[in-house]
Each structure stands twice: as structure tokens, then as C-alpha cells.
Design a protein around this ligand. Structure first.
Ligand SMILES: [Zn+2]
Length: 123
């Protein structure tokens, strides 16, 4: 049974999750202008990149592209509807957002899924 909150409430939960990231890591993320964006779900563009309803969030790094003269900002995207889908209560939602944020922050710092499997952040 999905647990829904307003987008404002979801932002609040995401901000609180970010506050739990250790300060030295957060400072590096801030210095790098890492964006955290919240989408209701996967866009058509995301789906073309294998982002489906099972994906709770993802990290998009700036990559050199032959099609673009400028680099896109690095960002972590949280898919609100997908996260809500797997949560039955407010507490579960808070924990799932926290785990998803930390999982994507780990990717930002270069950890692979094999690395993440060594921690409690696997998904
Ligand atoms: Zn991942």
C-alpha cells in the first residue's frame, strides 16, 4: 500500500535525510554544487535510460558529451512516487528516503554497487 505525502513534505524529509550526511561529505557536495532534485516519477527521458518504477533514485554525473558544449550539473534525483510505492507508513518513508539519499551520495563519491553491497545501503 503506497504511502503518499505532499511534495512539500517529501522535500522536508529529503532535507532531513541530507542533514544526516556527515558534515565533511556535505561540504564537498555543496562546494561541487551537487543538486538534489525531486521528481514525481520517471520521465520519458529517464525511461529511455532504464529508469523504471523500481528505481527509487539515481545519480547523474556531468559527463563530457560530443553533443553538448557545456556540462550538466551533477545531481541526485529522488523519484517520490517510486519511493512512496514501497512504503506503508511515514516512518518507512523517512527511512527509505534516507537510505536512497545515502545510496546516491555513495555513488556521487564514486562507490560502485559492489562497494555499496559491503554497507547497509544496498538496494
Ligand atoms: Zn545505485
Amino acid at each position: 500500500m503506497p504511502y503518499h505525502v505532499s511534495s512539500e513534505e517529501f522535500e522536508h524529509i529529503a532535507a532531513a535525510a541530507l542533514d544526516r550526511v556527515p558534515a565533511p561529505l556535505r561540504e564537498r557536495m555543496d562546494a561541487d554544487n551537487l543538486l538534489i532534485t525531486i521528481q514525481p516519477g520517471a520521465t520519458v527521458h529517464d525511461r529511455a535510460n532504464d529508469i523504471d518504477e523500481h528505481v527509487l533514485g539515481f545519480y547523474e554525473g556531468s559527463e563530457d558529451s560530443v553533443f553538448s558544449a557545456y556540462t550538466y550539473p551533477k545531481r541526485i534525483v529522488l523519484l517520490q512516487g517510486n519511493i512512496e510505492h514501497w512504503c506503508a507508513s511515514y516512518d518507512e518513508l523517512v527511512e527509505q528516503v534516507h537510505d536512497t539519499v545515502l545510496h546516491e551520495v555513495a555513488h556521487y563519491f564514486g562507490l560502485s554497487h559492489a562497494d555499496i553491497d559491503q554497507t547497509r545501503l544496498r538496494h
